[in-house]
Write a protein that binds this ligand. Structure first.
Ligand code: ZN
Ligand code: CA
Ligand code: ZN
Length: 570
């Protein structure tokens, strides 16, 4: 979508964007503006769109909304949608609005009690109605963590919480792990984004109920910050279930953004701001001689299940044998996929590790049953990474899955067809999808398949049919790969170099040239390495020169914290 085609309110908000260098400007602003307006509306900073009046927001009001958001998030109050502001909007968070009242929930269908409401009793009952469908946390651990999270609030208010069996009693607080739309006004959004929400106290059956997005990777005490800490999020949500809204206080657990693990549940204490909010609703702890309530001992979370590739049926493949399922240039690095494994080649031409990393350890949220990636590419317009398997594809924001599996028909392929190769060609910015001897072209700007396709792959003069994959190097040359060979098409050209094909091994994979190859082997590059990838697993490595202008448009994403850990080959 071009800026020009946006509704007027977007135009106005575009004025809120700080000036950016020319190449990234158009793409970044249209996208960010729509993200910004949606975000500000969803979390109560702007009134919901009014289809009857359809009046324009004044620039002043929009700037004010951005400023309130910035104050809430502890950012400098520039009133501009600057990088820091956009990065904050992309953080995982609670689904509930930050601003209640004037612009927020009140304007929605008011079905449930809102902030300020309290439970008219001091003993509340709870029950987990549905557990995570797949989690490394056992049901017992989930229940224990939740009971601790409730006890945190009980300790400062004297409220007591009892876990009950629904057969005997309807609990005050139902707890569910749910996916997508789950029969309330706050559908979940898959991995990342919104994490959980809870309903304020009241008379309605849903009051006090607490929902967690079952598509998050719920963890506890994860040392490397992997996944989302269930205890930390549960303490926050139970604050809502007791009647607290969001807080902008720096140490408050009621800040709307996910802050990471909060330490040992046994020792965790609420911040002063949270205690004051709670005690406004329920008063101080009554002085009784009973002492502290007894808590169940906290079972240590079980170790994560062993991933599939460790089993003997998945021997570690030899990269020098070629025959990759997919090859893609992702942010300047070349990724070689084979079965549930992949290797990475840095922009400098060095392998991150001679040992492959596990697919599912790196691509968070890729369904476990996907053990082959048939094609992959990084989409130019927004930096999303698309992985293809069977008649479907998955979209990743950095390393995180973003949304459900989607059919290839969305990219213009006939139903049921799979792809051998997908690549984005810099010469025209279009995306090419190859199957057998045919290829289709997708227009990313217009978001539709180009007419007149499929065409015959022989139009790419010299290209092999049914390539394993095709990708474009940082220098802009197009490479077809098949088996153990590659074909190079110079930048912008659809005619292969006369000396193609060449063996992949020496050029790409630090492998000796096969003696049986049809061409004289090139001297292998001197690339000494230790064989471990422990320290070099950032998705966007600092090593090497980033390809431009692609990275420019990613700057807001990168500023949002591309914290990526080692994909792990050991
Ligand atoms: Zn919240
Ligand atoms: Ca989510
Ligand atoms: Zn819900």
């Amino acid at each position: 979508m071009r800026l020009r085609e946006l509704p007027p309110r977007f135009w106005l908000l575009a004025l809120l964007l700080p000036p950016l260098p020319p190449p990234a400007r158009a793409e970044t602003s249209a996208q960010d503006v729509s993200l910004g307006v949606d975000w500000l509306t969803r979390y109560g900073y702007l009134p919901p769109p009014d289809p009857v009046q359809a009046q324009l927001q004044s620039l002043e009001k929009l700037r004010d909304a951005v400023k309130v958001m910035q104050r809430f998030a502890g950012l400098p109050e520039t009133g501009l949608m600057d990088r820091q502001t956009l990065a904050t909007m992309r953080k995982p968070r609670c689904s509930l609005p930050d601003v209640l009242g004037a612009a927020g929930l009140v304007r929605r269908r008011r079905r449930y009690a809102l902030s300020g409401s309290v439970w008219p009793k001091r003993t509340l009952t709870w029950r987990v109605r549905s557990f995570p469908r797949s989690s490394r946390l056992s049901q017992e651990t989930v229940r224990t963590l939740l009971s601790y999270a409730l006890a945190v609030w009980g300790a400062e208010s004297g409220l007591t919480f009892h876990e009950v069996d629904a057969r005997h009693q309807e609990p005050d607080i139902h707890i569910d792990f749910a996916r997508a739309y789950h029969q309330d006004s706050y559908p979940f959004d898959g991995l990342g984004g919104t994490l959980a929400h809870a309903f304020f106290p009241g008379e309605h059956p849903i009051s006090g109920d607490t929902h967690f997005d079952d598509e998050e990777t719920w963890t506890f005490g994860s040392k490397d910050g992997e996944g989302t800490d269930l205890f930390a999020v549960a303490v926050h949500e139970f604050g809502h279930a007791l009647g607290l809204g969001h807080s902008s206080a720096p140490n408050s657990i009621m800040r709307p953004f996910y802050q990471g693990p909060v330490g040992d549940p046994d020792k965790y204490r609420l911040s002063q701001d949270d205690i004051e909010g709670l005690q406004q609703l329920y008063g101080k702890v009554p002085q009784t001689p009973q002492g502290t309530p007894t808590r169940r001992p906290l079972a240590p979370p079980p170790l994560p299940p062993t991933p599939l590739p460790d089993s003997p049926t998945w021997p570690i493949p030899d990269r020098c044998e070629g025959h990759f399922d997919a090859i893609a240039n992702i942010r300047g690095e070349t990724f070689f996929f084979k079965g549930p494994w992949f290797w990475r080649l840095q922009p400098s031409g060095q392998l991150v590790s001679p040992r492959p990393a596990r697919l599912h350890r790196f691509w968070e949220g890729l369904p476990a049953q996907v053990t082959v990636v048939q094609a992959a590419y990084a989409r130019h317009r927004d930096g999303r990474i698309l992985l293809f398997s069977g008649p479907q594809f998955w979209e990743f924001r950095d390393r995180q899955l973003d949304g459900p599996a989607r059919p290839l028909t969305e990219l213009g392929l006939p139903p049921g067809l799979e792809v051998d190769a997908v690549f984005s060609w810099p010469a025209n910015g279009k995306t090419y999808l190859v199957r057998g001897r045919s290829y289709w072209r997708f227009d990313e700007e217009a978001r539709r398949a180009d007419p007149g396709y499929p065409r015959d792959l022989s139009l790419w003069e010299g290209a092999p049919l049914a390539p394993d994959d095709v990708t474009v190097s940082n220098a802009g040359d197009t490479y077809f790969f098949k088996g153990t060979q590659y074909w190079r098409f110079p930048k912008g050209s659809v005619k292969t170099e006369p000396d193609s094909p060449q063996p992949m091994g020496p050029e790409w994979l630090d492998c000796p040239a096969s003696t049986s190859g049809p061409h004289a082997p090139k001297p292998p590059k001197a690339t000494p390495r230790s064989g471990a990838c422990d320290c070099q697993c950032e998705l966007n490595q600092a090593a090497g020169r980033p390809p431009t202008p692609f990275l420019l448009s990613l700057l807001p994403l990168l500023a949002g914290g591309l914290a990526s850990r080692c994909g792990g080959s050991s």
